[in-house]
Design a protein around this ligand. Sequence first.
Ligand code: XCC
Ligand code: SF4
Length: 631
Amino acid sequence: MSQEFKLTTVEQMEADQARLHETAVSVGVDTWQDRVKNQMPHCGFGEKGICCRICAMGPCRITPKAPKGICGATADAIAGRNYLRMAAGGAATHSDHGRECAWKLYDASEDGYYHVTDASKLLKLAKEWNVPTKGRDIYDVAHEVAQLAINEYGKPTGYQRWTERATEERRKVWEKEDIMPRAVDREVVTAMHMTHMGNTADAEALVRQSLRCGLSDGWGGSMTGTEMSDIMYGTPMPHETEGNLGVMALDQVNIVCHGHDPAVSEMIIRYAEDPEMLKLARKVGAKGINVVGLCCTGNEMMMRHKIKMAGNFLQQEAVILTGVCDAIVVDVQCIFPNIGPVSECFHTKFYTTSPIARIPLSEYLPITSENAGDVAKKIVKEAIENFPNREPGKIFIPEHKHIANVGYSCEGIKSRLDTVTNSHIDEIDTYKPLIECVKSGVIRGAVAMVGCNNPKVRPDYSHIEIMKKLLENDIVIVATGCAAQAASKAGLLDKRAKQFCGEGLRRVCTLADIPPVLHMGSCVDISRMMLLVTGIAKDWGIDTTQLPVVGCAPEWMSEKAVSIANYVVATGIDTYLGIDPLVGGSPQMMQLITEGTKKMVGAGYIINTDPDALVQSIIEGIEAKRAALGI
Ligand code: XCC
Ligand code: SF4
């Protein structure tokens, strides 16, 4: 008998978090909930972006009494520089992750730890880049493609080769506005140079460089990360898994992988399936080995495997507080240093694996192409041996979890669309069926829900409430990052969630057999979204900026999100933010990022910290785009 399908509410998730917080109190460790209280109120100067500590004459803060820094920098210059530095930090971070992926492909070999899994994706890319393939060993092709990808990061002249994938119109805009991205390293260095003491004080120039730096990420570093990962670990295709804290298993060894670069988690997954390891697990009394993911590493894992997702950003301490986390393995980014102190209060083993993320109280086991398998095996083995050390009095596993249908890469989406075409008369492998639905109004448009959690707003509430409202209004959602995980936790990645959609979208979900929120992957996979909108625009015969498609980051927090927001806007997609971008102390900066960029690239930010008002403006924005197209 089928049970009635219900979403998990934010209140239920909060009750789980509160129960786990009690455990934290009882073992005497703080969690983010406590630290948020300790940090209140935030520094008003920092919040408005008008504190400058770029040189040692400062720090300088802008007040009515002191409208300029010691050098004469105004609020506009200071807020603009701070904003560009955030964009540069984000572009560097995504892109360096992408570079690491390219190096792994460069090192890949038949008998090594990293392999070519999706040869057809590799061959497609080789063709795109004029790399000869005929009669060549697939690994020779892989190495040449990887070398080209790596060279993109520091090439002295020319623009990012990935930008050749954009629409003609976009490329023209980027050239005209002088924001066509050069090498990633160059754009980040330029940003740091421009913002050094005594350089750019013109806010508009700082915003332009933010766009350009962002583009070098979205149409450069992040795209490298996605493509190299797909080639090595497989292009995600639709399948079913589960998400939320309820996936932690009482009777199995739980290994949690956290971070962003799948190079480590892929190895952990491989060795957790090793018969020798499974035998060892049974020997210590466990029924199996349960590898689960957090944050974007979790997204990468669940997109390509049946791996379950334990939680998003603000659940990283909660996972350990369940008392059944036998090991937590992190790679890079979004890792709370407090995982160290929390782990110490439990039997949990905490491993760091990258020189980029060195954290006190962890065991540091750097993973390279040469040792990856050995290190992963050691971690899996130690996690198993740690299973008997659990302390029963400290165990509480929340019950909430949901089925999650994931794996909607561009290839995955097209594979679903192909099922609704008539193969005798229609072309296959296009976005045309989707375009028809949008044109006819069955679907009103699409929203890319992306980004983090941020305790400045009620965690996950904005994500989930905005998504529900959009679905009711026949607006389909593509999601990545912690936004996708919020959907997963709530149950919105379950195909039955179509019951919460308007009639049109519900019918499309039924026909294409998809959930109403399509999980497209991790945050570097927003590059997939760029290719999706580009593909749709090309199949439609219009530019990306005309599409009834917008981006929304209602709970963003990281510098990476600033870089993303910049390249999404530069790609012509309006971006709705639920968190202030820390430039409020400069009216000129506010004007530039909301209205100014519209004149440059045809899109800008809409900022509203009230999720109800934000979703209303999204719906209006989509309807306005439709009206402009005459549909
Ligand atoms: Fe990090 Fe990517 Fe943000 Fe989540 S969404 S908190 S960046 S894990 Ni990218
Ligand atoms: Fe102050 Fe100018 Fe130095 Fe910034 S760069 S700290 S505003 S003197």
